[in-house]
Write a protein that binds this ligand. Structure first.
Ligand code: GH3
Ligand code: MG
Ligand code: MG
Ligand code: MG
Length: 301
């Protein structure tokens, strides 16, 4: 797909020359009014902007500054193209956030080369950002379930703990574990065991809110952090998860469906007693152990 370029210049003749030159390779839009430029950028999301400086109403510097202040438009590279050739103007253009500076009258081949260089640089930046996101995701989630991993959970839970303590807002924690999971593995095989884990993960995601942190703590053990949620609310949602799991029929072959259950231990954080998230996790773990002793498929706080 052709890259999109927006030309902003108040002189129609300049616009015509630029559009003619760039249209061979790019999808070009243009405006003579600087006041229109920002709206056009937001609407059309060009890959690059060629921006004149001297324009009535708002000048090129200001257009550039405004675009760089907006999260949605700040990454679009801007090449200033202007008759102003003095050092101060050039410095000001880069200060405003410009990526490059070309003086009029420009040399067509040089301008095309600069445009191409800027678009390539932008492509590299986008690729880098995508890999960074990918890495962040890989380092914070569990491959099999796509839930958060232990490392991410501890980090986030610690900040939630500090924030809740400072703001005196409730915070709860649930540790849960699949009942008789070894037996599921032994009876139906490891692959079905994995499917049980993946099913449980998606049930937890469905029942909880986006702001809750659902984590695969270990093999078939999970932790959920409920920010701004009292123990009563957490008990309610824990039972909802427990019931949803109990009611879910997992197809393991053409003719066979299996059911499984989980046990849950709930800890409502008490900032008078609980010093850190680790001690709360340990309390949730104790409650989970009690739920197992109590016969499993239940919630204990
Ligand atoms: P309880 O009801 O007391 O929790 O008993 P359980 O059988 O669920 O608990 P136990 O700790 O004895 O067994 C857990 C098993 O989970 C042991 C381990 O091989 C299995 N497991 C851990 N991670 C995975 C996994 O990713 N996939 C599969 N299929 N099994 C796993
Ligand atoms: Mg002008
Ligand atoms: Mg276990
Ligand atoms: Mg288990």
């Amino acid at each position: 797909m052709k890259k999109k370029i927006l030309v902003v210049d108040d002189t129609a003749e300049n616009v015509d020359i630029l559009v003619e030159l760039l249209s061979k390779k790019y999808d070009v839009m243009a405006t003579l009014e600087s006041t229109m430029a920002i709206e056009m950028v937001k609407e059309n999301k060009p890959d690059l902007i060629l921006l004149d400086i001297m324009m009535p109403e708002i000048d090129g510097y200001e257009v550039c500054r405004r675009l760089k202040l907006d999260k949605k438009t700040k990454k679009i590279p801007i090449i200033f193209i202007t008759a102003k050739a003095d050092e101060e103007s050039i410095e000001k253009a880069f200060d405003a956030g410009g990526s490059d500076y070309v003086t009029k009258p420009f040399k067509p081949k040089e301008l095309l080369a600069r445009v191409s260089k800027e678009l390539k640089a932008q492509k590299l930046i986008n690729q880098l950002e995508a890999s960074k996101k990918e890495l962040e995701l890989l380092s914070s989630t569990d491959y099999m379930t796509k839930l958060y991993n232990r490392r991410y959970f501890i980090e986030t839970a610690n900040s939630c703990f500090d924030l809740a303590k400072r703001n005196s807002t409730p915070l709860s924690l649930v540790m849960l574990d699949i009942d008789n999971f070894k037996q599921i593995n032994d009876t139906y095989g490891h692959k079905v065991g994995d499917d049980v884990i993946i099913t449980l993960a998606s049930i937890m995601i469905d029942v909880t809110r986006k702001s809750d942190i659902v984590c695969r703590w270990g093999g078939e053990e999970f932790l959920i952090l409920f920010p701004q949620t009292s123990i009563e609310g957490t008990l309610e949602i824990s039972n909802k998860i427990r019931q949803s799991v109990e009611a879910f029929a997992l197809r393991v072959s053409k003719r066979k469906k299996i059911y499984f259950t989980i046990s849950l231990g709930v800890c409502g954080v008490d900032f008078n007693w609980d010093r850190d998230i680790e001690s709360c996790i340990s309390k949730a773990d104790d409650a989970l152990y009690a739920a197992k002793r109590n016969g499993k498929n239940c919630v204990i706080s």
